[in-house]
Design a protein around this ligand. Structure first.
Ligand SMILES: [Zn+2]
Length: 453
């Protein structure tokens, strides 16, 4: 096949069938006709393999003819790629499909036993680990609590013990280990696999990929928790049918993960998505980042609790008083939602006020990024039944007409597992996006030792 290469951004696109290798310019003049080198052919093959795998991920099962239609690749290319993927054990044939016209075709899908991935979430108060197969079905999970008094070494050791247990489960099932994904609440250098700064953990410059890569001898992917969660929703959550989305992560603060055209947008230095720190109330409450009036101080979990507390201290009547036995320090978002579910007017009122401010911020994001979906995660997903109607109304009111009509605001599909499933998505994303064309050799990490040192 002949490809055009864009003069400006070097992206490729297939040339029309009638293109001739003597042409130097595409008809529009902005594309140079490329005579593919060996390196180009390898790249094109990788891209095509990725298209086929991702098509099977989102549309499974499909026949070769169906794949050809869905990917736009010709049938012989699809057949050649499928032959390779069958050999590598990444896809499997599951039976004949009798279509209304033409010969029956063999249906294909991703092979669940192609391997297993480990997802890890290191949070402020927990360590969570899951083991999944190649189609993200959870095979094993464990979660332990952490304490703010725990040292970094103690938390890492606890996480390593769980990862090892997960790998042993995978090994006992005869599954090859595909890699380890790790979501952490802080700024991450994804390229280096290094946690740069996690203010709520108090960690700085921790080369997690290097540490775990050496220990487990597997690919290790480290990502900010909101970015990982966004990828998790894109791969196997509410956003699996969209290409552009913004995930809002409400834990202690308010973070965001942005996916544009199926890829995480990390920005120039990995800081993209810090939507909680856009100024929405100049001169407002002091934020953890040191500025005032950030969106996080208006709609984050702490803001929800603060509003309810102020209303109660101002003499407001609410069953939250009874739920916390008069101890206002015990109020959290779970309790506010619980009260709202019981019809408590004060709790519902507080969530209503939040949802207007959430809607205004989301409308700003919609105008900038034009996403197909905005996903509410963490504490916001718990409260979503009370938030979504007003958010949707506010977005329609404040966003530009066309992007405001298109966007759908949804609650996360994974609840408390959003980050850890996102960590699994980091591993699968790497394989589905950059599939190796040489067989992935079955491997057992040599570092699988019985006990931690
Ligand atoms: Zn801030």
């Amino acid at each position: 096949m002949i490809y055009f290469v864009c003069r400006h951004n070097k992206q490729t696109r297939p040339a029309p069938l009638f293109a001739c290798s003597l042409w130097q310019l595409s008809p529009g003049g902005s594309y140079l006709l490329a005579r593919p080198s060996t390196a180009d052919q390898v790249l094109v093959r990788k891209l095509n393999t990725s298209r086929v795998l991702n098509c099977l991920r989102t549309h499974r099962p499909l026949s070769r003819a169906g794949l050809s239609t869905a990917t736009g690749l010709n049938r012989s290319t699809v057949s050649r790629l499928i032959g390779q993927l069958l050999e590598e054990g990444l896809v499997r044939e599951i039976g004949l499909h009798q279509s209304s016209k033409g010969r029956p075709g063999m249906l294909l899908e991703l092979k669940p036993e192609a391997g297993c991935a480990v997802g890890v979430e290191i949070g402020v108060d927990l360590v969570s680990v899951v083991l999944t197969d190649f189609v993200a079905k959870v095979l094993w999970r464990e979660r332990v609590s952490a304490d703010s008094q725990d040292t970094q070494a103690a938390i890492l050791q606890r996480a390593e013990a769980l990862v090892q247990e997960a790998l042993e489960v995978g090994q006992s099932r005869g599954l090859r280990h595909l890699g380890i994904g790790l979501g952490v609440p802080g700024l991450v250098d994804f390229g280096e696999g290094c946690l740069v700064f996690a203010p709520n953990l108090g960690w700085r410059d921790v080369p997690l990929r290097e540490i775990w890569g050496r220990r487990f001898d597997l690919p290790v992917y480290v990502e900010n928790e909101a970015n990982a969660a966004a990828l998790g929703e894109y791969y196997f959550g509410v956003a699996r049918d969209v290409q552009s989305l913004i995930y809002l992560s409400a834990g202690i603060g308010l973070g965001g993960g942005i996916i544009i055209n199926g890829r995480l947008f990390r920005g120039s230095c990995g800081c993209a998505g810090e939507v909680g720190h856009m100024t929405i109330e100049p001169g407002g409450q002091l934020c953890g980042c040191g500025k005032r009036g950030c969106w996080e101080t208006v709609v984050g979990p702490r803001a929800i609790v603060r509003r309810v507390r102020e209303a109660l201290e101002g003499g407001g009547e609410s069953l939250i008083h009874d739920l916390v036995d008069g101890d206002l320090d015990r109020i959290d978002v779970d309790l506010v939602v619980q009260a709202a579910e019981s019809g408590d007017p004060l709790a519902k009122g507080a969530l209503g006020e939040i949802s207007v401010q959430l809607g205004i911020g989301i409308a700003n994001l919609v105008n900038i990024f034009n996403p197909e979906m905005v996903v509410l995660g963490g504490a916001l997903s718990l409260a979503s039944p009370f938030l979504l109607p007003v958010i949707n109304e506010t977005v329609r009111e404040h966003a530009l007409a066309r992007p405001g009509e298109i966007v759908e605001v949804s609650a996360s599909a994974h609840g408390a597992d959003t980050c850890v499933m996102g960590a699994v998505a980091l591993v699968l994303d790497e394989i589905l996006r950059e599939p190796s064309l040489s067989p992935l050799a079955p491997r057992v990490p040599p570092a699988l030792v019985p006990q931690l040192k």
